[in-house]
Design a protein around this ligand. Sequence first.
Ligand code: ADP
Ligand code: MG
Length: 258
Amino acid sequence: MAEIAIRNISKTFTDRSRDRDVVAIDNVSMTIADHDFVCLLGPSGCGKSTLLNMIAGFEQPSAGRIEVGGVPVEKPGADRGVVFQQPTLMPWLTVADNVAFHLKLKGLGKAERRERAQRFIDLVGLTGFEGHFPSELSGGMNQRVGIARALLMNPRVILMDEPFAALDAQTKLEMQEELVQIWQRIACTIVFVTHSVDEALVLGNRIAVMTRRPGRIREDFEFDMPRPRDITSPAFNDAKRRVLGLIREEATLVRRAA
Ligand code: ADP
Ligand code: MG
């Protein structure tokens, strides 16, 4: 059974201030298998976040339907953990309390919350920082807190929207490597949105390249290069050339239409 089934999804927004409709996603279908690591790649504004938000249940499709684990998505749920570009932590809570936030909402006691949170704090490399506050941590460390918080509920699926885009280059590389290790260890399905070709090819075992808006899937291919991936190798560069070619074509079409 497909972990995520996206069936003929379209999304039209009404831009009220300009009194017109914006078609963000146009008839996208895709099935994502259990333990896939899919990178959704496309130019800014092509509808990547819109598609991810519909899988998350934050937005409803205008047409079509999405199922996760065979269940139609109607609203956000604990089966889907979400990580955004900014981790949106509670500044008044410690790392441990931020990670365990959802458990508090569920009414679990402090000792159990701490114990359950610790595994994920360790997993994202924040051991020793349990009592720190977000303002005392770097951007990369805060993003780790956001990832630990998303993993804590044992979701079937992790949805990530450009989570490393705001980080410096070195931290980004470290976080990418660690995310791959986490994915290998906890066997979840990841859908990762990015506009960076390098990032998609470092992370994904499947790459879905979107068209310019309205977003469709231009090309969707398996990328099973062994890990850790050497980004200077011929195999990596061949894939990069192919994907850059697709993206350049889309960009040219945008300029022609303008
Ligand atoms: P991406 O994440 O690929 O950069 P988005 O999914 O954020 O793109 O946006 C796709 C298109 O939909 C854009 O043209 C954007 O302006 C439009 N859009 C997104 N959300 C809304 C909204 N809530 N209301 C109106 N238009 C929106
Ligand atoms: Mg976006």
